[in-house]
Design a protein around this ligand. Structure first.
Ligand SMILES: Cc1cc2nc3c(=O)[nH]c(=O)nc-3n(C[C@H](O)[C@H](O)[C@H](O)COP(=O)(O)OP(=O)(O)OC[C@H]3O[C@@H](n4cnc5c(N)ncnc54)[C@H](O)[C@@H]3O)c2cc1C
Length: 520
């Protein structure tokens, strides 16, 4: 997979595409996989990097959502639990099951949560991950040695899935490519064009170098997440907004705050949300918040009150209370929630997905969750194909392996997330031993990963490499800043950057990375 081949496919395509998908997050790339694997002809355009939006900023859980069970949304929970199971089957190199402990400090919590979690387990049916059960105080502390002991009565354990969102996404891009789709990052859709009847018949687009082109399609799909209303209003300026953007942030600490391999789930924080503390790539990830915002941006910034809220809530449960100085990285993401009447706060808004078709034929898919991307794509392609009068073709993604599929990827150590690609990366450092050198003492990444992602994963900027091809920026922002010059040097030699480009790339990265460093 590389950009040159993607452009070649685009230029060789003189007739209308079956579908053009706008937006390269989980939703859009999921649609591209579904459509291409049915045999439709698909073009996907992403204005920035794949996953630059919400899809690299999630809590990284493939889950049914215990919280939605409490809200009574059994349908959503069952659907998500099934998708969680399919994801584990189709991408075992990228998804793993994880034990979550709900600590109990009140007498009623053990029977209450124990029962709810048993129902959660039963709803998964044959896609279940592991049996939930009530734990004694001692067992709870064995699972979570860093839990606050004062007042602790016991806990309940249940199982859910965990994954690396941006890494899964890039493997999904590769899957779509292998199924015949053409996907381009750094190409923005700047307008929609219509035929004589006022039906959307294509897009105007511009790449970062300023080259403009027009492409036509039998149907255009808007998968732009929190930006969906902007594209809808390109089609119909009077379209009423359907998205209610809501921000969620995470703080990342070192592994000492959550020793071991188990996660904490706090079902009721003071603002009525769920809080997770999760082991992730040798660090501790804690989140999240639910803050309504007025407009979506590509690089959202954590608010001071959100940081304080997470620090204060974590301090209630962890033996060692984390402070600002302990924060290695802070990142924010925006939920593309769909508006509903009579719902007072964003935490209560449904996480169901919505497919909306404008009078002009633009199909918008929004809402939903990372976990349910496959099902969302199936529904969307069914409806888009009907609208475009394409020949009916069944969905084949239930058992479609995600690129790099490998049952025993653990054997590849720090390269396990690459699945079968890990062998190719190893070949790079067998050919040149310097490429096995680490990029930073605090993180597990080696130089060969930069070469690999530039050649085969369409990484174009230092930020792509440090934020999404590796997760350095999300794990330890200061370490990522220190790695940046070495990464820029490797990319410069792969992509032929001159000194000015290299300097600009570094400056742009420093600018973005400053949002991930928590200042005293
Ligand atoms: C804090 C937080 C935690 C979450 N945790 C979880 C979780 O643990 N598990 C789970 O299942 N879900 C989770 N979610 C939900 C999940 O992350 C989102 O539902 C999902 O990532 C949305 O993907 P998307 O593709 O719709 O949007 P995005 O990932 O935002 O993608 C939209 C893309 O469209 C592009 N775009 C916009 N305009 C244009 C244009 N004009 N031309 C070209 N491209 C354009 C953007 O650049 C962007 O990349 C979480 C969400 C948040 C905010």
């Amino acid at each position: 997979m590389n950009r040159t081949e993607m452009w070649r496919r685009l230029e060789a395509h003189s007739n209308a595409w079956d579908m053009i998908v706008v937006g390269g997050g989980a939703t859009g790339v999921g649609v591209a996989i579904d459509a291409a694997s049915r045999g439709y002809d698909v073009l996907l355009l992403e204005q920035s990097d794949f996953g630059k939006g919400t899809s690299s900023r999630s809590t990284k859980l493939a889950h049914g959502g215990v919280r939605y069970l409490e809200q009574g949304n059994i349908g959503l929970v069952m659907e998500a639990l099934k998708e969680r199971g399919l994801l584990l089957q189709n991408a075992p190199h990228l998804v793993r099951d994880l034990a979550f402990i709900v600590p109990n400090y009140d007498w009623w919590e053990a029977p209450f949560y124990g029962l709810g979690l048993k129902l959660y387990q039963l709803l998964a049916g044959k896609y279940g991950f592991g049996p939930s059960r009530i734990l004694s105080r001692e067992e709870t502390l064995e699972h979570l040695p860093t839990l606050k002991t004062e007042g602790l009565r016991g806990g309940a354990v249940y199982y859910d899935g965990q994954f690396d969102d941006a890494r899964l996404l890039i493997h999904m891009v590769a899957t779509a490519f292998e199924q015949g789709a053409t996907l381009l990052n750094y190409v923005e859709v700047t307008g929609l064009t219509k035929d004589a009847q006022g039906f959307v018949e294509g897009v105007s687009a511009r790449d970062v170098e300023g080259n403009e082109f027009h492409a036509t399609a039998k149907v255009v799909i808007n998968a732009t997440g929190a930006f969906s209303d902007l594209l809808r209003q390109m089609a119909e300026p009077a379209a009423k907004p359907m998205i209610v953007p809501s921000q969620g942030i995470h703080l990342v600490f070192d592994s000492s705050f959550l020793q071991g391999q188990n996660a904490i789930m706090v079902p009721h924080t003071s603002d009525g949300r769920v809080l997770f503390a999760i082991p992730w790539h040798g660090h501790t990830l804690v989140g999240t918040t639910d803050t309504p915002i007025t407009a979506a941006t590509l690089e959202p910034i954590a608010r001071e009150e959100e940081v304080k809220f997470i620090l204060a809530t974590a301090a209630q449960y962890l033996a060692k209370a984390p402070t600002r100085d302990d924060v290695l990285s802070v990142f924010a993401g925006i939920r593309p929630l769909v508006r509903a009447t009579g719902v007072a706060n964003t935490a209560a808004l449904s996480r169901d997905h919505v497919i909306h078709i404008e009078r002009s034929g633009l199909v918008t898919i929004s809402g939903g969750k990372w976990t349910t991307y496959r099902r969302m794509a199936e529904d969307c392609v069914d409806q888009a194909a009907t609208l475009a009068q394409l020949p009916e073709k069944p969905c084949v993604t239930h058992h479609l392996h995600i690129h790099g599929f490998h049952d025993e990827a653990k054997q590849f150590g720090p390269l396990a997330v690459y699945g079968s690609d890990a062998r190719e990366i190893r070949k790079l450092f067998e050919a040149d031993a310097r490429l096995s050198e680490p990029l930073h003492a605090a993180l597990p990444y080696v130089q060969a990963e930069v070469v690999w992602a530039t050649r085969h994963e369409m990484a174009r900027t230092v930020e792509d490499m440090l934020a999404r091809r590796t997760r350095a920026l999300f794990l330890n922002a200061r370490a990522a800043l220190e790695m940046a010059p070495a990464v820029a040097k490797l990319m410069a030699s792969e992509l032929g950057w001159d000194e000015t480009t290299r300097t600009k790339q570094l400056a742009a990265f420093r600018d973005v990375a400053s949002n991930y460093v928590l200042h005293p």
